[in-house]
Design a protein around this ligand. Structure first.
Ligand SMILES: Nc1ncnc2c1ncn2[C@@H]1O[C@H](COP(=O)(O)OP(=O)(O)OP(=O)(O)O)[C@@H](O)[C@H]1O
Ligand SMILES: [Mg+2]
Length: 263
């Protein structure tokens, strides 16, 4: 269980635009994410999930309130990325189409101040590819446009398996893969979490998936956290109408996990 806070949001507000075009996307969020915790943020489209992810990654700064990482504001992005790394929704925008995937996986170590040697990087990338069920020899000089969406998403995961960050922000990381690969990816992330005591923030529309993987679930709606608690609190005893709606919307494939317990 968590012993100290990795992230702490205090009245976190994010506004985009000014004057008449001003749009308040995060409306005063208060939350804590503990060391080694898996927290899933679940909610419908455009409720603000990815905007939170971008704050957690140091890409965006709050308009009001604050977000603390290990008790401090995130002021230097490169410092932050030594320990906090993303997997994003769209793997195609995360890779450059003009360079081989292998070279980009190797280049991802450039973010680290303590970069391993070339030989070590090669080994780490091979190991990471095997971890996501890709034979390094099959990838060789492949470019992003030569892979399917699901394969590309696995390449984003391989990046994480190579870098082994302390904190992972996974925004819809499994949205493009089929159910079998999704289960493998989740199992592997759980294994990484066990090995490294990684803190993981998962973002998804699917409260069934959230129920399966999380220590705690935050349910978001329209820029606010409308409900939070353990998976059992949230899924078996939902209080907000948005949580009830999300439970109705669980894809059939995951329904068993929750419905069996609710019955
Ligand atoms: N850079 C930006 N400038 C202006 N508005 C933005 C910006 N980024 C996000 N928004 C707006 O913030 C709102 C929340 O967006 P966000 O990307 O967080 O949604 P989401 O919950 O991740 O949705 P989805 O599940 O579809 O990915 C949306 O209305 C979006 O248009
Ligand atoms: Mg999003």
């Amino acid at each position: 269980m968590p012993n100290k806070n990795i992230f702490e949001a205090k009245n976190l507000v994010k506004e985009f635009g000014q004057g008449k075009t001003r749009n308040t996307v995060l409306k005063g969020l208060n939350f804590e994410i503990g060391d080694g915790e898996i927290v899933t943020i679940v909610g419908g489209s455009a409720c603000g999930k990815s905007v939170i992810a971008k704050h957690l990654l140091g890409f965006l700064q709050p308009t009001k309130g604050e977000l603390l990482y290990k008790g401090k504001k995130i002021t230097n992005q490169r410092d932050h990325w030594q320990t906090v790394q993303p997997i994003f929704q769209d793997p195609f925008s995360a890779f450059n189409q003009f360079f081989s995937i292998r070279s980009q996986l190797e280049d991802s170590f450039k973010v680290l101040y303590n970069k391993p040697s070339k030989a070590e990087i090669k080994d780490k990338v091979d190991e990471a590819l095997l971890a996501v069920n890709v034979m390094p020899s099959d990838l060789k000089e492949k470019f992003p446009f030569e892979l399917s969406g699901g394969q590309m998403q696995r390449m984003l995961l391989a990046r994480i398996f190579a870098l082994k960050p302390q904190v992972l922000i996974a925004d819809e990381a499994t949205s493009m893969v089929d159910a079998c690969v999704r289960a493998n990816i989740l199992d592997y992330l759980m294994k990484l979490k066990e090995e490294l005591n990684m803190t993981i923030v998962f973002i998804t529309h699917d409260i069934g998936l959230a129920y399966y993987v999380s220590d705690r679930i935050f349910v978001m709606h329209d820029g606010q956290i409308v409900e939070h608690g353990t998976p059992d609190d949230v899924a078996l005893n939902p209080k907000s109408p948005q949580t009830i709606q999300l439970l109705e919307d669980i894809p059939d494939i995951h329904k068993d996990w929750v419905v069996r317990k609710r019955a």
